[in-house]
Ligand binder design. Structure first.
Ligand code: B3K
Ligand code: ZN
Length: 874
């Protein structure tokens, strides 16, 4: 397979003004009739270029050019395209193709799930529906007519507004949809089937009424209320924060259980994984409720950032994804606790994106090449991309950022544009120089920001020496300095922030500043500093960098107790924790005793005792970093030592804080009906963190607490947390069985059951995973099942997957090969489990390499898996 390069971008030879589609759906084949009105694109360098339409796995029935049937000599056909060399400048092309959604297991293009039809076209699925210019810079007006048997497929949906429907013959009916907005083909959608509908309405700020409709399988209609509330909140928020209103008469969401990712922002007809729609207190956890609110918001926000203004090419993917993640993060911050939301975003970034940036798949926020674009829907494009957008706001302030957004929409509504266009709008609206800032888009890798401080008591100055560097990444050995916003404060001995006055300024300007770090090394001197402060650096995580500052333990304890910035408080606790975890891991490796340090235990005791703190923040402070994150801090990864060190810390804290944990657990009990509200969520999260620690102790009375909680729970958050504590003990077996009996018919709940076992210390091993793959609720064709069992195991159970005998590696290679035949996108995600192989200790490294080489030698590997495997071996 060939790599596609950003530098090869050329505008399309033709543009499509109008598309008329007719679908004749049936069980054994679907006929697609497409009528394209197109014209030559003056921006293309060759005024006589051929028309080359993308198409894959299509059966061509006929092609008509301006009413005349073309015989085979007038066009060329291969596995990926249909080319017509002699084309007039303006033309009407009518193409009829047959497709087979019923056998399409890739869930890309049009496919069947149960008896219903669904589509997924981003990034390049439309070419599996009909021949087309399947690239985002070709934006056209779509009309779609769907014809199908009325009994079997009573609901027929597509983008835009419904303009007609009727009966065709005795059995078949039709529905016609018109989307008045130009759009790229990746936003096309079609759904047909037996679906139930939850309907509501929303009145926009300017007084237009929008029908809101959520379509689900009939049995799930009682799980849509939270999603509907989330839609309305999102619509209101986007009006208030950005002045952006919805633009069609109807906003539809469809939930489907077979789906490759979270959701898809098709114009007017979002298609969602059921995981991000369905929730009832007894079936979904707080994390699920939160995820639904965020993903609903995300897809809704795409209507402006993605659909009205889209990407010129797929290298610009972060233009819409980074920006839309930033918008959904800001929305979630406003809906709940902003600091908790921020800390969670940073955890995700560090655990997953920093790892990606340090591995074989490292790529810039705007990649320069790809083999398979579906492999680039990554944490770098999404989460790091969101951090890049956040940095504009940190540098410009919220109002300046809004001015930039307004200009962006004013300039580019209805266009397909680039990350540079976004940056230019931010710069021009504010008269701000973002030229150096462009390196955030072009350079991969996580920068390291090293800060050293000097206090001069006699001069009353406090000097920060700031240096930045960035490690080499594949294809990029040298990096130039980034423009880094460094938000900071100086915390005095009494815990209060000191006023900040930089040398050269006449007076102090507030107690928190954002410094622009632009050089490889730079010095900042604060004057009139009466006492030596503790620096509170990178407040609210103002840039996606690794901070290196030689804090003493006493300084960390001071920040942990006093910092006015919640993120930095949490960060201080994490830094302390990481230091001690590292010592424990080293001790485990050397076979030495594993003991916790007293000052750390004392600090954690204080955190737990501090009832003035938001319980959600306390819960986060008591939560250990993931095993995989710890692995990424090692020069060479020894999974058993990491497991032993991490477990020792959990057990040590549980022993030392047994009575405080139990008291907090009891204090946080709540028998009232489940509410998804920040305060109740926060209490549950701390209560369940406490329970998690208590169940580390092998004491029947404490395990009984968990059993009681499971038995009494009126919500899935508490039930799942209780079970998570129990699965590490034999006592868990009976509860697991009861859970499976109770929830056998709720696919999403069974996903939790699989994940709990995949992550369990006791059950998370290859033998058990293989056995669970035979369970009747498991299905290798269903991405949610694969992710919740196999994905959880290989990505999140470090010691289980990396068993010393190499069994995890041959198991996952076998599984990748099986799944690759069915669904390459899902297989490629699993192949990412090899990304750390070069950092493993020698024995595991060799075993992983052998499996990678075995995969690389397979004939007929998908592009998706090939790209991950070959980049790992480079
Ligand atoms: N834009 C889609 C993701 C499409 C993934 C294609 N492999 C969902 C989202 O980011 O909102
Ligand atoms: Zn998105």
């Amino acid at each position: 397979p060939q790599a596609i390069q950003l530098r090869d971008y050329t505008p399309p030879a033709f543009l499509i003004d109008k598309v008329d589609l007719t679908f004749e759906l049936d069980e054994t084949q679907t006929r697609v009739i497409s009528r394209l009105v197109l014209h030559r694109n003056p921006a293309h360098p060759d005024a006589r270029a051929a028309l080359c339409l993308d198409g894959r796995e299509l059966e061509l029935e006929s092609v008509k050019l301006d009413g005349e049937v073309l015989d085979g000599s007038r066009y060329a056909l291969d596995a990926e395209s249909l080319t017509i060399a002699a084309m007039p400048d303006n033309a009407i092309l009518e193409i009829v193709t047959l497709i087979h959604p019923e056998t399409n297991t890739s869930l890309n293009g049009l496919y069947r799930s149960g008896a219903n039809f669904y589509s997924q076209c981003e990034a390049e699925g439309f070419r599996k529906i009909t021949y087309y210019l399947d690239r985002p810079d070709v934006m056209a007006r779509f009309t779609t007519t769907v014809v199908a048997d009325k009994q079997k497929w009573p609901v027929l949906l597509s983008n835009g507004n419904k303009v007609g429907e009727g009966q065709l013959d005795k059995s078949r009916h039709w529905v016609k949809w018109v989307d008045p907005f130009k759009k790229p083909a990746y936003l096309f959608a079609l759904v047909a089937g037996k679906l139930s509908k939850l309907a509501d309405k929303y009145t926009t700020g300017s007084g237009r009424e929008v029908a809101l409709e959520i379509f689900v399988e009939p049995a799930d209609l009682d799980k849509c209320d939270h999603a509907m509330e989330s839609v309305k909140k999102s619509m209101r928020w986007d009006e208030q924060r950005y002045g952006l209103e919805y633009d069609l008469d109807t906003y539809m969401i469809v939930a489907v259980g077979d789906f490759n990712m979270g959701a898809m922002e098709n114009k007017g007809l979002n298609i969602f994984n059921t995981k991000y729609v369905l929730a009832r207190p007894d079936t979904a956890t707080d994390v699920d409720f939160d995820g639904i609110e965020a993903v609903i918001a995300h897809e809704y926000f795409h209507n402006w950032t993605g659909n009205r203004v889209t990407c010129r090419d797929w290298f610009q993917l972060s233009l819409k994804e980074g920006l839309t993640v930033f918008r959904d993060q800001e929305f979630s911050a406003d809906m709940g606790s902003a600091s908790v939301q921020r800390i969670e975003a940073v955890r995700t970034l560090r655990t997953h994106q920093f790892a990606e940036d340090a591995g074989p798949m490292a790529h810039p926020v705007r990649p320069e090449s790809y083999i398979e674009i579906n492999n680039f829907y990554t944490v770098t494009i999404y989460e790091k991309g969101a951090e890049v957008v956040r940095m504009y706001q940190t540098l410009l302030g919220r109002e300046g950022f809004r001015r930039g957004m307004d200009l962006y929409f004013k300039r580019h509504d209805g266009q397909a544009v680039t990350c540079d266009d976004f940056r230019a709008a931010m710069a021009d609206a504010n008269g701000y120089d973002f030229s150096q800032f462009a390196r955030w888009y072009s350079q991969a890798g996580t920068p390291v920001l090293s800060v050293r401080a000097r206090y001069d008591a006699s001069a009353q100055t406090y000097t920060l020496e700031v240096a930045q560097s960035c490690p080499a990444t594949p294809g990029q050995s040298e990096k130039l300095p980034f423009h880094i916003p460094l938000a900071l404060g100086l915390v005095g001995p009494d815990g209060a922030d000191l006023p900040l006055q930089l040398a050269g300024e006449n007076e102090a300007q507030g107690t928190q500043r954002v410094l622009s770090v632009k050089e490889a090394s730079q010095t900042f001197t604060f004057v009139n500093v009466p006492v030596e402060p503790v620096p509170s650096l990178l407040r609210n995580f103002s840039a996606p960098v690794k901070l290196d500052f030689p804090y003493s333990r006493a300084q960390l304890v001071h920040l942990l107790a006093h910092d006015s910035d919640a993120f930095c408080r949490w960060e201080a606790s994490q830094t302390l924790m990481l230091e001690d975890l590292q010592d424990l891991i080293d001790a485990a490796r050397q076979g030495q005793p594993l003991a916790l340090k007293d000052d750390f235990v004392a600090a954690m005791r204080q955190v737990l005792a501090n009832e003035a703190l938001d319980p959600a923040l306390v819960a986060l402070m008591l939560t250990l970093p993931a095993e995989t994150y710890l692995a990424d801090q090692q020069a060479e990864i020894d999974p058993d030592a990491i497991r032993a060190g991490r477990d020792a810390m959990r057990l040590g804290l549980a022993r030392a804080l047994r009575s405080e944990l139990k008291a907090s657990y009891l204090r946080l009990q709540d028998d009232s009906a489940y509410r998804f509200e920040a305060e109740a969520v926060a209490r549950r999260s701390l209560k369940n963190v406490c329970l998690g620690y208590l169940t580390e102790l092998d004491e029947p009375a404490l395990l009984e607490l968990a059993e009681q909680q499971y038995a009494k729970a009126n919500n899935m958050t508490d039930a799942q947390a209780a079970l998570a504590g129990l699965v590490n003990w034999a006592e868990g077996d009976a509860v697991l069985d009861a859970f499976a009996k109770k929830w056998a018919h709720e696919a999403l709940v069974m996903d939790k059951w699989f994940t709990l076992q995949a992550l369990s210390r006791r059950l998370g091993n290859v033998q058990q995973i293989k056995a669970l793959m035979q369970h009747p609720a498991f299905a290798i064709t269903n991405p949610n099942k694969v992710r919740s069992l196999i994905g959880a195991f290989v990505h999140n159970n470090l010691a289980g997957f990396h068993a010393a005998d190499g069994s995890g590696y041959s198991f996952i290679a076998d599984t990748i090969l099986t799944i690759d035949k069915l669904n390459p996108q899902v297989a490629a995600r699993l192949a990412g489990s090899f990304n750390r192989w070069k950092k493993m200790e020698a024995g595991r490294r060799a075993a992983m390499q052998a499996q990678l080489e075995r995969l690389a030698a397979q004939v007929g590997l998908s592009r998706d898996v090939y790209e991950i495997v070959s980049k790992n071996l480079q």
